[in-house]
Design a protein around this ligand. Structure first.
Ligand code: GUN
Ligand code: FE
Length: 448
């Protein structure tokens, strides 16, 4: 059976190439792969000779469109249990006060099952078709997260967190346990034999790992050819501490352990130095931009265009629960907001008690179509999965959303194709995410 969605279809081909087919179509085969898209359905149909009984057509209405699924390049699944709470401290205090005590509770399998079911349901509800999850130090409950993502049909990279120092006594591993349970985890995930679920080696951040642990994780990632995820240069106190301990810059700490690879994604990168950005680009490592968390934990304002202009691959992360939302639609909006704030940077002066801001003529804020790229294809590239997902190309998997902008408001006119996207990004929410597809299979909603 071939399913064809007829109506507005949009996606990106690169950071600055947005493509839209109004009155278009996208065709998906039985295996969930895209087998055609474009404007001219009649001529495509002629070429393919699909018998009528093998063809199912879904017609979108004027308020609906199909777009690629959203990619969350950085999310802490256990922290879903504290979403929206405890956002009154900077990073290191926040970790010690709220986050480490919470994550320690995931030694309990029942608690893990409960929270992990909720986080996967919520991210799917918001349209996340691919997520790169941090779990906790615990092998057993991290496997529960992998099984839960698989059960709900989400595409996911899952990491057992590694941390063997500078952590509280109740939430720290021995180096040998960290290494052995990471290897066991990689094997166990591979035994699930699902193309949707991949393991990722996850040193929490430089501060919570010794040089020895980082080096051994780097060589394991190479030996087993696994993805890697961590944090970098999020907060100034964190960076000072890293420099104090390792006597090098932050990026060099990871590079010396062979952790900067083409399959590595690092969250934040708010305060990276130019030479570090050049090194990250050179290694083919990506950055997950997490605007909500950067603001909520007072980490700083990340100028993602500086990274993109330097050739670094960038995707978006919710960073739940340093970030207060699990929605990548919300992350697109926050990305655009931070970018507009940057326009006023260095152009402020104080007049009486008011801060007067004037636009910086040299800075061009991101466009919403560029935010769409970061949330989809950029994310897929950042996770080294753009050969599979991220946009609509024949042969790629149909990881997609059917968005309906008429839910939650009563439109008094129709919108053109780009306005539909604008409506979703700037004033939409999870209610507008009507159907979510991963590899052609519906994992939220239904199609008429
Ligand atoms: N750095 C180390 N651990 C964390 C975490 O859980 N959240 C964030 N935002 N940064 C971190
Ligand atoms: Fe994080």
């Amino acid at each position: 059976m071939v399913t064809v969605y007829r109506g507005t279809v949009l996606h990106t081909k690169s950071f600055d190439e947005f493509e839209v087919f109004d009155h278009g179509f996208i065709a998906v085969d039985n295996n969930g792969k895209i087998i055609g898209l474009g404007k001219n359905y009649a001529s495509w149909l002629k070429q393919y000779h699909i018998p009528a009984e093998d063809l199912s057509e879904v017609r979108l209405n004027d308020y609906q469109f199909i777009m690629p699924g959203l990619v969350d390049c950085h999310i802490h699944a256990p922290q879903y249990a504290q979403l929206g709470l405890g956002l009154d401290m900077p990073l290191l205090d926040w970790l010690n006060t709220y986050t480490f005590p919470l994550e320690a509770k995931f030694s309990n399998r029942n608690y893990a099952e409960h929270v992990y079911r909720g986080v996967v349901e919520s991210t799917i509800r918001c349209g996340t078709t691919l997520a790169s999850y941090f779990a906790t130090n615990h092998l057993d409950s991290t496997l529960i997260l992998a099984e839960e993502a698989l059960r709900q049909g989400q595409r996911a990279l899952i990491g057992k967190v590694c941390s063997n120092c500078n952590s509280p006594d109740y939430y720290v591993e021995k180096t040998s346990d960290s290494i052995s349970s990471t290897e066991l985890f990689v094997k166990a995930v591979r035994e699930l034999k699902s193309p949707l679920i991949l393991p990722t080696i996850t040193p929490r951040f430089a501060l919570s790992c010794t040089k020895d642990l980082l080096t051994r994780l780097g060589s394991m990632a190479k030996r087993l050819d696994v993805h890697i995820q961590s944090h970098i240069s999020e907060n100034l106190a964190e960076i000072d501490a890293v420099k104090g301990i390792f006597k090098t810059g932050y990026a060099a700490v990871y590079d010396n352990a062979s952790l900067l690879t083409k399959k590595t994604v690092l969250a934040h990168g708010v305060h990276l130095e130019d030479a570090e950005i050049a090194l990250i680009k050179e290694r083919g490592t990506a950055i997950a931009h997490c605007p909500a968390s950067n603001t909520m934990l007072s980490s700083g304002i990340c100028d993602v265009q500086r990274l993109i202009n330097a050739g670094v691959t960038v995707g978006l992360g919710t960073d739940c629960a340093g970030g207060n939302s699990v929605s990548i639609q919300n992350a697109m909006l926050r990305t655009l907001e931070v970018s507009k704030h940057l326009e006023f940077f260095n152009k402020q002066h104080i007049s009486g008690s008011a801060i007067i801001s004037q636009p910086n003529p040299l800075y061009k804020p991101l466009k919403y179509t560029e935010a769409l790229y970061l949330a989809t294809l950029g994310g897929a590239k950042a996770l080294a999965l753009d050969h599979v997902t991220g946009n609509f190309v024949e042969g790629k998997e149909f990881d997609a959303l059917l968005i309906d902008v008429s839910i939650g408001e009563k439109p008094n006119r129709t919108y053109n194709a780009t306005e539909l996207l604008e409506k979703f990004i700037f004033s939409g929410d999870d209610r507008n995410v009507r159907v979510v597809f991963v590899a052609g299979k519906i994992i939220k909603g239904y199609q008429k």
